[in-house]
Design a protein around this ligand. Sequence first.
Ligand SMILES: *[C@@H]1O[C@H](CO)[C@@H](O)[C@H](O)[C@H]1NC(C)=O
Ligand SMILES: *[C@@H]1O[C@H](CO)[C@@H](O)[C@H](O)[C@H]1NC(C)=O
Length: 298
Amino acid sequence: MISRRTSGLRNLLLLQLIILLVRECRSLRSVIIRVPEVVKSGDSVTLSCDYDLEQAALYTIKWYRNHEEFYRFVPKESPPSKAFSVPFINVDVSKSGPTTVTLRGVRRELTGKYACEVSADAPLFHTEIMAAHMTVAELPNGGVDLNVQPPKAEIGKRVTADCTSPGSDPAANITWFINSEKVNHQTRNVRLYPTRIETDSALGLHSAKSKLEITVDKTHFGNKNNIAIRCEGNVFSLWKRTADAFVQGDTPQLAPFMEPTSSQSHTGNNPRLRNKSSKFSAFPQEFLVILCVLLLKS
Ligand SMILES: *[C@@H]1O[C@H](CO)[C@@H](O)[C@H](O)[C@H]1NC(C)=O
Ligand SMILES: *[C@@H]1O[C@H](CO)[C@@H](O)[C@H](O)[C@H]1NC(C)=O
């Protein structure tokens, strides 16, 4: 009898707990964290956290970087905003609140995982945490440097192009274009060397060096007498610089060969290509007239 009653009670409690859990899951399912994937060193950055408490009141919102709390918002406290001292983090409290936190002058050291933790007030005190990664990039100072040797080349010769991006963190990506076409490892007659990264350990900046070797063929010249080589440096979508160089064709007979030709003018100038029918029509009419005159005379 007793055991039956306790098991009934236990079932009831279990049911209530399930209902509670379901309600809790529903109540904070929609926490959305918005953290920019990449930002520029020195910028101010606003991180946001959107949530739907479904009628419950907000108890706290806490912000963490790599598990270290740097900002908390508690509506019931006065003042509700509280920034904690965390190395390199400078919270702009005036631009922070229940759904956002603003960081002033972010530094590279702040690259990491950011999380917001939302807690509902009594009676549930349900808590949900969402995280996202942010990279703080140090952009290069200056543009990419392109050097192409030799400046003139003929078909079959080799041209070497070197491109260097100034130091950045992370290193820039370098992309090559020949006559506006992107170069990859499958590009014919082109050897793309692996990018070398040189690190200035004092500054913690990385310079990317890329090298390309082109064995010149006639398709490289197309219908002009030069090869356009472009190097493009990128640091995410934050920074992009290009440099262009032109290799001049060194074959004087290349220009006449590339001139647009019309088949009409060729056949017109070449009697061998004339049709039988056209040969007929080209039969001198004067000759016919003379023949007729001669026949009539006789
Ligand atoms: C370089 O390119 C790769 C592949 O597209 C990309 O994942 C990476 O974020 C890029 N890095 C930079 C610094 O732009
Ligand atoms: C020869 O004549 C035919 C019929 O008139 C024409 O279709 C063809 O293109 C001509 N060929 C040349 C080489 O002119």
